[in-house]
Design a protein around this ligand. Structure first.
Ligand code: NAD
Length: 502
């Protein structure tokens, strides 16, 4: 990848996308969008009013009957075209992500690729929607089940995966015949508008996919809108809980994915170098702003000292800088406020030991914090109890495997967890015992492939369907069972008894 040198950008307006065209907001409210590597405002995103949300929902509602009637063969064909176009434009999408989110270009490309995998899964929609059929369930009676779309679905997404998480929602929602209103994060909204343009270019009819920007006003308008049938949410736990409770109280189907505190257990028999490579990659990739980031290493027995040493040796080699620069491995955080909040955890807990202080080597411009390592972090400390969501890795030392598993299972979050060991028996036991939705064995970030589903347990997910894969198809459809017979009218008679299956 070549370095991209850009002139300082003027503050550009970022508009909604409603009914197949940009829609300049009229609420009079906007939010700032930054280039976090420079610390400069580059955009002003419209914040929707309740009326503007309604406008987007009406566009989606109008587009629904024709869209759901499109044959599966045509929808599959369209999804192949969408896949090709997003694949062709993956570098453009990645650059948009790097400019507004800050993650380095190679990481942004990885994000787009993991989104594309879900689109590829959706290309198999004729197979995915196959129902069951029972011939001769009763004499002359056949029974079959079909899956139908819900109507207008909405997605509310976080700042940390501005392309991938929306793709994880809109792809299964659209391919199953729903129309969609997306409310992306107001911090990095441009990738969603670009996705809307690409979907139109691929041939998706106007109104099928809409983007509405904003804050709580827009979210509440979605949660209360009578014409929205389902809401998918990804974000922090308090908002996930609020969204789930409000959406379901308003009669909507809802899946709301929340925050995380992912523990990586390292057993004494693990390969120290491999475990240290994995911990550094999974803790500091995307500046720790991943819901599947490893934020706690649980060092079992005498592995702690050599492991911390190996992590410490690797940290100065992580190249922190502007994500547009191809030599950078870690970019800035999303905003100045978030950077300062993350930095406030360093040195805040009595008893914990700051081994590497990322404030000392962070680039001065922009919202940077370099990789930070804190030893002797324990439950009850702020650095343990909070989801920090930045490049701060904590290490906790425990005596045994059982102590390590208790930490994982006692944690209120249950998104991902991983174990590093050479002992297959213990790994098998961990897979059986760990209370988390996604488990890695010598894999630090176990994000499932697209034909499984993504989601956590406990306070990391409210609702009962995970994202994408079979559960995504399930979430965006409802089943209908048809019982049919074609009797000879001559045999017809009145029979007030309850129908029996004989
Ligand atoms: P956030 O909860 O602040 O925002 C998420 C969405 O909710 C945004 O669209 C935002 O505009 C909206 N929102 C924010 N405050 C709101 C309020 N008071 N009322 C209504 N809506 C509101 O999350 P974020 O900071 O954008 O993203 C980071 C969080 O997302 C982290 O906690 C991270 O773990 C989580 N996350 C979880 C997963 C997962 O799969 N479980 C994936 C990615 C991110």
């Amino acid at each position: 990848m070549t370095d991209v040198v850009e002139a300082p950008a003027a503050v550009k307006p970022i508009n909604h996308w409603i009914g197949g065209r940009p829609y300049a907001g009229r609420s009079g409210r906007t939010g700032p969008v930054f280039n976090p590597a420079a610390g400069e405002q580059t955009g002003a995103v419209d914040f929707a009013s309740v009326e503007e949300v309604d406008r987007a929902v009406q566009a989606a509602k109008q587009a629904f009957p024709a869209w759901r009637a499109l044959s599966l063969a045509k929808r599959a064909e369209l999804f192949f075209a969408i896949r090709e176009l997003f694949h062709d434009k993956r570098e453009e999408i990645a650059k948009i992500l790097t400019r507004e989110h800050g993650k380095v270009l190679s990481d942004a490309l990885g994000e787009v690729t993991r989104g594309l995998e879900v689109i590829e899964f959706c290309c198999g929609i004729p197979h995915l929607l196959k129902g069951g059929m029972t011939e001769q369930a009763s004499t002359g009676v056949d029974v079959y089940s079909i899956r139908q779309p819900l109507g207008v679905a909405a997605g509310i997404t976080p700042f940390n995966f501005p392309a991938m998480v929306p793709m994880w929602m809109w792809a299964p929602a659209l391919v199953t015949g729903n129309t969609f209103v997306l409310k992306p994060s107001e911090k990095d909204p441009s990738a969603s508008v670009y996705a809307a343009q690409l979907l139109q270019e691929a041939g998706v009819p106007d109104g099928v996919f809409n983007v509405i920007h904003g804050d709580k006003v827009a979210v509440d308008a979605i949660l209360e809108h009578p014409d929205i049938a389902a809401v998918s949410f990804v974000g922090s736990t308090p908002i996930a809980k609020y969204v789930y409770e409000t959406a379901t109280a308003n009669g909507k189907r809802c899946q709301a994915l929340g925050g995380a505190k992912n523990h990586m257990i390292v057993l004494p028999d693990a390969d120290i170098d491999m475990a240290a490579d994995a911990a550094v990659s999974a803790a500091y990739g995307s500046a720790g702003e991943r819901c599947m980031a490893v934020s706690m290493v649980v060092a079992v027995g005498d592995v702690a000292d050599p492991l911390i040493d190996a992590i410490k040796q690797r940290i100065p080699k992580v190249k922190v800088g502007d994500g547009m620069n191809s030599s950078s491995e870690m970019g800035p955080l999303i905003t100045r406020e978030h950077r300062d909040k993350v930095a406030s955890y360093i040195g805040a807990d009595d008893g914990a030991k700051v081994v590497v202080d990322g404030r000392e080597s962070a680039p001065e411009d922009g919202f940077f914090l370099a990789p930070t390592l804190i030893d002797d972090v324990k439950p009850g400390m702020k650095a343990y109890d909070d989801e920090i969501f930045g490049p701060v890795l904590g290490v906790t030392r425990v005596a045994s495997y059982d102590d390590a598993v208790s930490l994982v299972n006692d944690n209120p979050y249950g998104n991902g967890t991983a174990i590093f060991t050479r002992d297959g028996g213990v790994a098998r036991r961990f897979q059986f015992e760990a209370q988390a939705g996604m488990v890695g064995v010598n894999v630090p970030i176990p994000v499932p492939v697209a034909y499984y589903s993504f989601g956590g347990w406990k306070s990391s997910l409210f609702g009962d369907r995970h994202l994408y894969g079979p559960e995504g198809i399930d979430f965006y459809t409802r089943t209908k069972v048809v019982t049919s017979r074609w009797p000879d009218p001559a045999t017809s008679k009145v029979d007030l008894g309850f129908p029996q299956t004989r």
